[in-house]
Design a protein. Structure first.
Length: 332
């Protein structure tokens, strides 16, 4: 493409071009095009204009031709061009969205992006882009559990009532247990993480014994009381209840015998409702070499109780029961 025209700029166009160059809020491509025309009007050679503006000689010729045909407005608009690839047909897009909603082929658990790309004859990135635009995630599954307890509603109201309206002169705690806790340790010490390298650990491990944890969460201050015992029977549970009731008595009640009441039965398949998991499902750090799992649990509970916070339940029973209407209807 060679120089075929010589731009002629009147006073009005020169004023507009100068204003574009001096405008700091203008896109840089508009500023570059205006500088090209102003330098050409000053009778500078094309090669010098290209060096000063950072453009190629064909680009200088192109904007010179555009200015001669359309004026200053032509410098501020880009010509439309056809896309590099034609968009996928609507039938192909519909098939990409329909396949993951059906049964996967063979023994596959779900449709993957590569499987859909192979079945439809498009690229993997095209499938991912269409799925993302339509919020389709075949690899994700949201689980649910619906209790079949006929008295589920009444029990939910009782449990939630304990949290939102606890009885006077009483301490409400959540109790849970976790049996067969085993502490695993690596057979050799690993190397720590450092810049450019991740931490290391051996593949093999050794067991440091097992224990059973009984724990309670005091909703008043968020503290956890835990005891590790070797067995998992009613005797250990009663022993744990006696240990829990001792620190909850005020000094003025030292001569009274506390009464432990279990007024509420948990709904069937609703063990997570009374927040027992929140009080007892703690992420334990690995035990120190030579220590037992009980040592690690007790050490973690002590650290947790130093910064514990009250547990606040703010969801009424009506809100919980209203979610039952969103669950799928049983096929039975």
């Amino acid at each position: 493409m060679a120089q075929t025209v010589c731009p002629l700029v009147d006073a009005e166009d020169r004023t507009r071009l100068t204003a574009i160059v001096g405008d700091r809020n203008r896109p840089q491509k508009h500023v570059q095009r205006a500088r090209i025309i102003l330098l050409l009007v000053d009778h500078q050679p094309v090669l010098a204009v290209a060096r000063q503006t950072g453009a190629s000689r064909p680009a200088v010729w192109r904007w010179q031709q555009r200015f001669a045909e359309q004026g200053v407005d032509g410098l501020l608009r880009d010509k439309t061009r056809k896309p590099g690839k034609e968009p996928l047909p609507a039938a192909t897009v519909a098939k990409i969205l329909a396949l993951p909603c059906g049964e996967p082929p063979g023994q596959a658990t779900h449709w993957t992006g590569r499987m859909v790309a192979k079945a439809t004859g498009v690229s993997l990135r095209a499938v991912q882009r269409i799925w993302q635009a339509n919020r389709l995630q075949p690899h994700r599954i949201r689980t649910f559990k619906k209790s079949n307890d006929p008295a589920f509603a009444e029990k939910v109201e009782d449990v939630v009532g304990l949290y939102m309206n606890p009885p006077a002169h009483a301490v409400v705690v959540s109790i849970d247990e976790k049996s067969q806790i085993q502490a695993l340790d690596r057979i050799q010490p690993g190397l720590p993480m450092k810049p450019g390298k991740c931490g290391t650990m051996t593949h093999d491990y050794k067991r440091n014994g097992t224990t059973t944890l009984f724990a309670t969460l005091n909703i008043l201050d968020g503290t956890v009381v835990g005891r590790c015992m070797p067995s998992h029977t009613h005797k250990e549970f009663i022993k744990f209840l006696n240990a829990v009731s001792a620190p909850s008595r005020p000094a003025s009640w030292s001569t009274l015998s506390p009464t432990i009441t279990l007024p509420t039965s948990i709904p069937k398949s609703g063990s997570g409702l009374p927040n027992t998991r929140a009080g007892c499902s703690i992420s334990l750090p690995p035990p120190h070499p030579g220590s037992t799992p009980s040592d690690a649990i007790h050490r973690y509970i002590r650290e947790h109780n130093r910064s514990s916070k009250p547990f606040l339940w703010n969801k009424p029973a009506e809100t919980i029961l209203a979610k039952l209407t969103r669950l799928p209807v049983s096929s039975e």
